[in-house]
Design a protein around this ligand. Sequence first.
Ligand code: CMP
Length: 152
Amino acid sequence: MENTLVLIKPDGVQRGLIGEIISRLEKRGLKLVAAKRVSVDRPFAEKHYAIHKGKPFYDSLIQHITSAPVMATVWQGPNAIAIVRQTMGKTNPAEAAPGSVRHDFGLVPERNLTHASDSVENGAQEIALWFGEDEVIEWDRSTDRWAFFLNG
Ligand code: CMP
């Protein structure tokens, strides 16, 4: 079982897409184990995007994520990292597969609506940055055995 961080970034929040994006992940079968609205300040944004420091788009990235509230969520399921990234689509919406969130609602990489962890290791680090241990709630969902194949 994997956990992954999904941020609905300010563009997604402002465009009223929180429900749409959460709904797609829920319908896919993933389980929501943490959620909160966050206003991100510059030091926190720099920690989250440390890996991108020095890239041409870094400043606009920091400016954007600190510009308005973000919806931070953690999703759990088998292959959650890959499943979420597939549901979101490629970073550049112009290259995202039809039916993905970024294809269906996005146009440019600077406004690609969401951030999703790219590996189990980075996911664990990102979740620890965004959420306290008591904010990630493990829970038994009655449909887990229908979506997760627990008894195989
Ligand atoms: P995200 O998953 O939040 O991680 C880094 C972000 O940088 C990415 O989504 C995009 O929103 C943004 N970005 C802007 N320009 C680029 C680019 N040329 N290549 C990759 N990411 C970019």
